[in-house]
Design a protein. Structure first.
Length: 131
């Protein structure tokens, strides 16, 4: 295997229930999201000797993809079971740990801002005078 000199990290998240909602109201959008996720391992297969992608997958997205009911609904679009299997190919994909919901950090930062007053600009821009 060739030496790798860079890292590509993709953060994939869907809020709980969002893909199901899109399937009902915007099926084309749901299909595009699923096909984009499905394309990640497929596009890397020819480059197993030199490419690796790091994926941060939210717990809500993984729960949706693993749900038998959801898999049955999208079977004609994407085979979620196969997709989840392909994402385990450690020669091309490294799964990074992630929270169940991505917004958790933002909620914590907002609560700190409301409780403690001044918070640095990286986490929130609320001062004690804005409470």
């Amino acid at each position: 295997m060739s030496e790798i000199h860079h890292a590509l990290v993709l953060n994939l998240h869907q809020p709980a229930g969002n893909l199901e909602h899109l399937l009902e109201h915007e099926p084309w959008e749901a299909e595009q999201i699923l096909c984009a996720i499905d394309r990640i391992p497929r596009s890397l297969w020819p480059y197993e000797d030199l490419a690796r992608v790091h994926l941060s997958l939210s717990g809500t997205l993984l729960e949706t993809l693993a749900s038998p009911a959801f898999q049955a609904r999208v079977y004609g679009m994407v085979k979620c079971g196969d997709l989840l299997w392909y994402l385990q190919n450690r020669r091309i994909i490294e799964i990074l740990g992630s929270a169940v919901g991505v917004a958790t950090v933002l909620i914590v930062a907002s609560e700190r801002a409301l409780i403690g007053g001044e918070v640095d600009s990286a986490s929130a821009s609320v001062s004690s005078s804005e409470r």
